[in-house]
Design a binder for this molecule. Sequence first.
Ligand SMILES: [Ca+2]
Length: 439
Amino acid sequence: MPTLRKPMLHSTIVLAALSLTACSATGQNSTPSSHSSVLGTTTFAATTTPEPGESTTTDETATQEPAGSQDAPESTTPIPHVELKKTATVGTQLTDPWGIATLPDDTFLVTEKKTVAIAHVTADKTTQLTGAGITELTNFVGELGAESTDEAGLYGIVASPQFEQDSALYVFASSGKSSTVFRLTLNGTTLENPTAIIEGLPAGAGHNGGALGFDNDGYLYISTGDAGQPHLAGDLDSYAGKILRIRADGTLPTTNPLTASAIWSAGHQNVTAFTWTDNNTMLAVEPGNTMADELNLITSGANYGWPDLEGTGGANAYYTDPILEWEISGNRLDPSSIVATDNSIYIASYANQNIHRYEITDTGLGENQTLLTGTYGRLGSLATTPTGKLAALTAYTSNRTAHTAPTPSELQPQDTQEEKALAKKQKNADRIHIFEITF
Ligand SMILES: [Ca+2]
């Protein structure tokens, strides 16, 4: 059995992210008044893999910092607040949308989870893709999913970093028994050349992960949930409850922490989304079980605690603490998505039906600004556009976190007043809302 040793860096990296001292090399003014030039000098450590025996520098003051409650990171200056000015709402007749990918021409591809469909959404129309790729996805979900649960279907979608050259897309599909990531090519309105680049991923009646994304170096990351078997999250012979890292062609990088394994990090219950800052720092969100929702800074070889631990408590032991957490018994977040742009991170919240923004400051993360509260109902996947806008998928009916509500057309006479109110509220649901970020 492979061993995922506690990396020497894995706890200090998290703390360094909240340390002022680690970024003083540029002599940058600590006033984060501009959003345009700070990302490259944030204190987030680059997510490089430490070599065996590599020495680490521990900042003594940093180790005194609390590293995990929502109000722990202190900002020395108020953050410049932003406004999200809606510029468009696109995407009609989407059914249970889950994943969103932005293409270089400023259009979107959206996965429809349960209908096993992919829609191309432009400013003026929504087109359902056809072709051998859709057939393959349908066969995979359908054949294996004969006994499937609501968790079978399509999840994350991401465009190749070289999309303009290779027209390639990556889609996470789950049958409820197992999951596969397919590579496909887009040709007009057809999806062609389906190829499984990693398959046999654990899946179950819930917690099937499904996030996909490329880091700034072109590696593909995949989140898998614990598939309803929490102990597997810490089992390094299982791909359940992990973040995986592979090359775009499906082969294994030589720089992963385990030999002959796609595992990049362990101890996750169900990472719903991840993103990278401009300096390639990886951040991931995952809803908790009974204790705490988490924002984690993901580093090679780290274990984030599930199922032994939720929230803080592991930084001095085997596990890596979150850099932010939200108590489930208090004001939980139930995070559905995260993107980093313009020197900020934006986290979509199912529970609060809003977006929480944190500026990336010299000291790590700044204050929290909440946006869109109560305006659009539950928010699903977020994406950034080539022109710097923020796109938010309102996926009110998604079973992504088991928060379901009927659409207006699904209402039955016996439905409660609460359900009717929910249905009315989601008139904006199952759309992509596009926002200009103004400072
Ligand atoms: Ca954790």
